[in-house]
Design a binder for this molecule. Structure first.
Ligand code: HEM
Ligand SMILES: [Ca+2]
Length: 632
């Protein structure tokens, strides 16, 4: 199929879908219109989480007039100081879907086992894994992951055996420690993985309040290790101890290491790091606020750029206010970077993810004339439906290769993405860093399609001691692990017309996909949230389908309107002045790229390829990076 026929087919579906909407006289967000905001579930989370807050949570005392956020997110909500802080339970929009109501993976309506995740991948998704070029560049995907690491960290429970797959899969499923119970079975006739004689894919169940934090929350609930707020905690740390370990305590700066004449994040001692120990022959391994930074080039590059940018901001602030202490410089720069990230998320990223008109309609856009109204009744907590399902849909935009592009815009090398996971070594050599960032800026990203790329679908972690993994199988299994309710339940919750048969799905999902699902699931009520959400056509002007749009909007709404320190909230201790807001609103991701790399120019619309938007000279952009509004 050519790209042209592919796009035509997708457009046709979109058209049919729009007609269905028109005929039904509804919109993709009935509830949202009625309620004026997309929050589906107000309140304190499910009753079960009350056990956590009442019996298990740490006690904190808040300074009511503090002008900076705490590192771990506590004391943002003064009535409920733990809301949004790191190491608190994800909330649920719908009841947990477990077979025993507590922790056992759900079964199908007829009592049979759910289809195996890898089988779903092989039958429904892998045949469509061809890459198509997007009009957005790599930064759309990369900023998405960067932003996700600010708000969500659902780590696997590593307290059990080091490798779940060290014994045969049949034994794992019948009799193994709970951490390993969901190791993923690979069919013996797997067209790709049979070459590697692999019958088992590593998978460890997520950490939960009951298993890992001594708190008997039932049904079991995963714990978010990140602060839910966009506060750049992926850069600074989700906890004070981490934050302090990467501060230089000199001039407000973050620690850095100079390698081959360039500034990078400090190097981590190998032992005990999350992502560099799983590969052999790795010499470079960095440290920052979030343990995932070494996962792959793009993410390491972002952490490096924001670290450099923090240090540039401290320099500028010190120039203006020479008397400021290390502490004030650090906190002001941290606040600045947090605010900038919020602006990029809500002004530049969300309109592309969820659709511009939608973000505006539900009040998620950023406008000079309308400041964010903080509402302490909104719980700024992530949902399992979001982290264990809907926000994984953008995994369909991961590219297969990374191009190294030089100053003359020539491709000097192209590397397969999966080969360089957890091995930042090449990033520090020669001009590689700048060439990779230039490549991400000018190369078209992967068009959102209902499939993940071939490599990430088969060979993720290929070079690691853990062996090949399939990101989609892991994502589907994770949803089941954390009790994410099925697709039809979530659709209903969003207020969409009910789906009661596979035939009902035909107005939403292409015929051949419905056919494939019908073959594999016992009933339509058994379909996994991610499976259904991925197969939906994207909403108008957005890059995810309507169910993902609904779940994502809910969380993005919570963590904005429930954030007392959101950058444009007024009337709080430390709220920005109008002049400071004006400066911040004139900055975008392009400024960060220009200030921290040797790029000479960046796209005016930073998420678009240069074919779609004019290029802007970095020299001009940087001249506007004037922080005089911070003069005291
Ligand atoms: C190169 C890019 C990326 C890679 C290699 C990658 C890989 C992964 C892996 C291995 C996991 C853990 C899966 C599990 O054990 O449950 C994960 C989790 C997740 N990813 Fe990605 N991902 C990438 C980009 C993205 C993007 C662009 C988004 C969204 C915009 C995203 C959203 C998520 C979410 C929501 C989770 C689960 C929650 C959490 O722990 O944060 N990822 N990803
Ligand atoms: Ca955060």
């Amino acid at each position: 199929m050519t790209i042209f026929t592919y796009i035509c087919t997708r457009m046709l579906y979109l058209f049919v879908w729009l007609c269905v909407i028109a005929v039904l006289g509804t919109s993709s967000s009935i509830r949202i219109n009625n309620k004026k905001d997309p929050v589906i579930f107000y309140g304190d989370g499910p009753d079960s989480n009350i056990i956590y807050y009442e019996q298990c949570a740490r006690r904190v005392t808040c300074k009511r007039n503090a002008i900076y956020r705490t590192v771990d997110g506590t004391c943002n909500n003064l009535r409920n100081p733990l809301w949004g802080s790191s190491e608190t339970p994800y909330i649920r929009l719908a009841e947990a879907a477990y077979d025993d109501g507590n922790y056992e993976v759900r079964k199908q309506v007829d009592g049979s086992k759910l289809p195996r995740p890898r089988q779903l991948q092989l039958e429904t998704f892998l045949p469509k894994s061809k890459d198509y070029l997007d009009s957005n560049n790599y930064h759309l995907m990369q900023f998405g992951q960067w932003a996700n690491h600010d708000i969500s960290l659902m780590p696997p429970d590593t307290t059990g055996p080091e490798r779940c797959c060290s014994v045969r899969i049949v034994e794992i499923n019948s009799n193994s420690p709970y951490q390993c119970q969901l190791a993923i079975e690979i069919p013996t006739n797997d067209p790709v993985l049979k070459r590697y004689n692999q019958t088992c894919m590593e998978f460890k169940r997520a950490m939960t309040a009951a298993n890992n934090f001594g708190c008997p929350v039932t049904p079991q609930t995963p714990m978010n290790q990140a602060t839910s707020f966009f506060d750049a905690s992926q850069l600074y740390g989700h906890k004070l101890e981490t934050a302090n370990s990467i501060r230089s305590f000199d001039g407000g700066k973050l620690k850095t290491d100079i390698i081959n004449g360039h500034e990078f994040c400090p190097q981590k001692k190998r032992q005990g790091s999350l992502l560099c120990d799983d590969r052999e022959n790795v010499n470079i391994c960095f440290e920052a606020g979030d343990p995932r930074l070494n996962q792959h080039f793009g993410l390491t590059a972002y952490t490096t750029m924001f670290t450099r940018f923090h240090n540039i901001v401290t320099d500028k602030l010190q120039e203006i206010n020479p008397e400021w202490s290390d502490e004030v410089l650090y906190q002001e720069a941290r606040k600045f970077i947090g605010a900038l990230n919020q602006i990029i998320v809500y002004r530049d990223y969300l309109p592309i993810l969820l659709g511009k008109s939608f973000t505006k309609r539900v009040g998620l856009d950023v406008s000079k004339n309308r400041r964010t109204q903080y509402n302490p009744a909104i719980m700024p907590q992530l949902t399992t439906e979001f982290a264990g399902g809907a926000f994984r849909v953008p995994h369909n935009t991961l590219p297969s290769t990374y191009d190294y592009i030089n100053k003359n815009y020539e491709v000097v090398d192209s590397v397969k993405f999966y080969q360089w996971m957890s091995k930042p070594d090449p990033l520090v050599l020669g001009n590689n860093f700048d060439q990779i960032v230039r490549g991400m800026t000018t190369s078209p990203g992967r068009l959102f399609t209902p499939s993940f790329n071939f490599f990430i679908s088969n060979l993720m972690f290929h070079t690691h001691l853990t062996g090949n993994e399939d990101l989609l199988s892991v994502d589907i299994q994770r949803g089941r692990d954390v009790g994410v309710p099925p697709y039809t339940v979530v659709r209903k919750l969003c207020g969409f017309p009910e789906v009661n048969s596979f035939e009902d799905l035909l107005s939403i999902i292409p015929y051949y996909d419905v056919k494939s699902l019908k073959k594999q699931y016992a009933t339509v009520y058994d379909i996994d949230l991610l499976v259904g959400a991925l197969l939906e056509p994207p909403v108008g002007g957005g890059t995810v389908g309507q169910t993902a749009q609904c779940i994502l909007a809910d969380v993005f709404y919570r963590i904005r309107f429930g954030d007392r320190f959101f950058f444009d909230v007024r009337g709080q201790p430390g709220s920005y002045s109008l002049a400071q807001l004006r400066t911040l609103r004139n900055i975008d991701l392009g400024h960060v790229l220009c200030a921290t790399t040797e790029l000479d120019e960046v796209p005016m619309d930073i998420f678009k390829t240069s074919r779609r938007t004019p290029m802007m000279k970095c020299k001009n952009k940087l001249s506007k990076l004037d922080l005089s509004a911070w003069r005291e």
